[in-house]
Design a protein around this ligand. Sequence first.
Ligand code: RP5
Length: 161
Amino acid sequence: MATEVGIIMGSQSDWPTMREAAAILDELGIPYEAKIVSAHRTPDRLWSYGKTAAERGLKVIIAGAGGAAHLPGMMASKTRVPVIGVPVQTRALSGVDSLYSIVQMPRGFPVATMAIGAAGAANAGLMAAGILALNDPALAARLDAWRDALSASIPDEPADE
Ligand code: RP5
């Protein structure tokens, strides 16, 4: 089966965050590729990734970046494949810089922007799963089971820790 999810990130330093998305995809049995594609440091790589994404069979791209986080938006400009953006937490501005860079896209080129950091990356994996599950009943069943298990793990009452 062709790889349908691409996880891309601006730097190796983004991987500790972005592997939260990969972990969810692993749990749900969804194949993916993970690549470093920087809007600023490797713009030609970004261009060719976006140009070939649809023809290679990608159905969803999860793009994480921090600071001047132009990768998700530039990727959305280059391909019609849906882009889920993950604002990576930064030291200087705590990821608010990343969030604003990713979320404020102009009309016409959307990026589905997640929360800052690890929770956002995990949710990006779940969002990708939900999109693929629309046309994959077996995956839909696995995703439903995953969601049920999470709900079942939440206690009714708080405990003293
Ligand atoms: C962005 O700059 C990357 O997405 C990363 O979050 C940030 C810092 O990159 P490094 O200097 O750690 O490589 O392009």
